[in-house]
Design a protein around this ligand. Structure first.
Ligand SMILES: Cc1cc2nc3c(=O)[nH]c(=O)nc-3n(C[C@H](O)[C@H](O)[C@H](O)COP(=O)(O)OP(=O)(O)OC[C@H]3O[C@@H](n4cnc5c(N)ncnc54)[C@H](O)[C@@H]3O)c2cc1C
Length: 391
């Protein structure tokens, strides 16, 4: 499988333009088919969108020129799923923490239970004997990307057929996907497990796999036909979103992270923090690592950002004093490993009396408040949100 994601904004915009004619009927009719790498049935824009080398707003504006919501309804809704998951997790940060706790427990289980360890290793090495799963495991490890349906089938087989802890699977995906995103990934795994829409599990069906791979795979008799939701307390209600903070002074410097490379720094100097070397337990995939590093380099060049090699408070302070800065701003760092790391930096800067302002983009501001419950509530608001954003 080739690695087609050139990690630049230009390449992302080219891909968007190239796909624009397919956002209507072609997408609606074809999007559920996973026909292998050569046969594209979806936009494959996720790596650029994930890091905001290209933004959701830009994609939606292109969809608007193809006939808008009416003509591209399915595609537009899928774009909103990204913001839905992000907004949902922002308002339930304890679910991210629950995932980290579940991952820690699963790691301890792995170290103690040899049979579990064998099952886990066979799965991530693509040696389960379930041909489709093994094929997709190779795709993930080597190519760093999977079709949405393959992700759903794999997560389901992982949890309900291979009886592996869901958090280990989510960690494996997050570390290897070139679009690895804490919110979309964690909450999709939880959705398959029946933890997102509580009790509603997703069970992979051999005939469905045969249909949507056009016969390439048919794991008849190999998959569990029972789906048992893992044990977990009730989800709990959404918390309020932190208030939007305006940038108060002229002399503000910006921190750039690979969470959001969309610019919007005005005249302020920009400091680019490097991607984290770890996204979870174990090594990050090569394709994902290369994409993230080069994506940052591309954005840093466009915004004349200074690149630092670490996240130390000293590096940030030095750069601030070189630029005579009193205040720092950053576009909202969503829940996930970068935010966990960022909170430490924020605390250390706070100890040195540096004010750090988290700024929310208007798109997130428009979408996230509607991501408190199920997707349906957000879906109903899509026309109004598009209007409000003048799309
Ligand atoms: C178990 C599992 C794990 C996943 N992990 C991730 C992840 O780490 N990162 C990630 O970006 N997506 C994840 N997804 C969501 C989805 O599979 C990908 O966003 C999609 O396959 C990307 O392909 P595309 O760009 O061709 O999407 P298209 O179908 O062309 O859709 C256009 C855009 O809409 C958004 N989108 C589409 N479907 C979804 C969805 N179900 N959830 C959220 N956004 C969506 C993406 O930004 C995508 O680029 C996961 C799904 C599952 C079932």
């Amino acid at each position: 499988m080739p690695h087609p994601w050139t990690p630049t904004r230009k390449a992302g915009l080219d891909a968007l333009e190239h796909y624009s004619g397919q956002m209507g009927r072609a997408y609606a009719d074809g999007r559920n088919f996973d026909l292998g790498w050569q046969d594209q049935t979806t936009s494959r824009l996720s790596p650029w969108l994930r890091h905001r080398l290209v933004t959701e707003e830009e994609v939606l504006r292109v969809a608007a020129m193809q006939g808008g919501y009416e003509a591209c309804e399915k595609f537009v809704q899928e774009v909103f799923w990204r913001g839905y998951f992000k907004g949902w997790l922002e308002q339930r940060p304890f679910i991210w923490q629950r995932y980290l706790d579940a991952l820690d427990s699963a790691q301890i289980e792995l170290s103690k239970d040899r049979t579990l360890r064998h099952r886990y290793t066979a799965a991530v090495e693509g040696r389960t004997g379930i041909e489709c799963f093994d094929h997709w495991a190779q795709e993930l490890e080597q190519g760093g990307w999977l079709h949405n349906h393959a992700r759903m089938w794999m997560a389901s087989i992982w949890i309900f057929t291979l009886n592996l802890p869901w958090a280990l699977g989510a960690d494996w995906f997050l570390r290897h996907l070139v679009d690895g995103d804490p919110a979309s990934n964690t909450l999709s795994w939880r959705w398959v497990a029946g933890l997102h829409t509580r009790g509603k599990t997703y069970l992979a069906d051999p005939d469905n796999i045969r249909r949507f791979t056009k016969g390439q795979f048919h794991p008849a008799g190999q998959l569990s036909d029972v789906a048992q939701m893992p044990d977990e307390p009730e989800t709990g209600p959404a918390l309020p979103l932190p208030k939007h903070e305006p940038v108060r002074r002229d002399k503000v410097g910006w921190l750039m992270l690979t969470e959001d490379l969309a610019g919007g720094y005005g005249d302020g100097p920009v400091l680019a923090l490097p991607p984290l070397s770890e996204r979870g337990h174990g090594a990050t995939g090569k394709v994902a690592t290369q994409f993230e590093q080069a994506a940052l380099a591309d954005a840093a060049e466009r915004y004349s950002a200074v690149k630092t090699t670490d996240w130390s408070v000293e590096a940030v302070r030095d750069w601030m004093s070189q630029n005579s800065l009193q205040e720092l701003a950053v576009y909202q760092v969503p829940q996930g490993p970068q935010n966990d790391r960022f909170l430490k930096l924020e605390r250390a800067l706070g100890d040195q009396d540096v004010t750090l302002i988290r700024v929310r983009r208007s798109y997130d501001d428009a979408v996230w408040p509607h991501a408190r419950k199920g997707f349906f509530a957000l879906k109903k608001q899509i026309p109004a949100i598009l209007d409000a954003l003048a799309i």
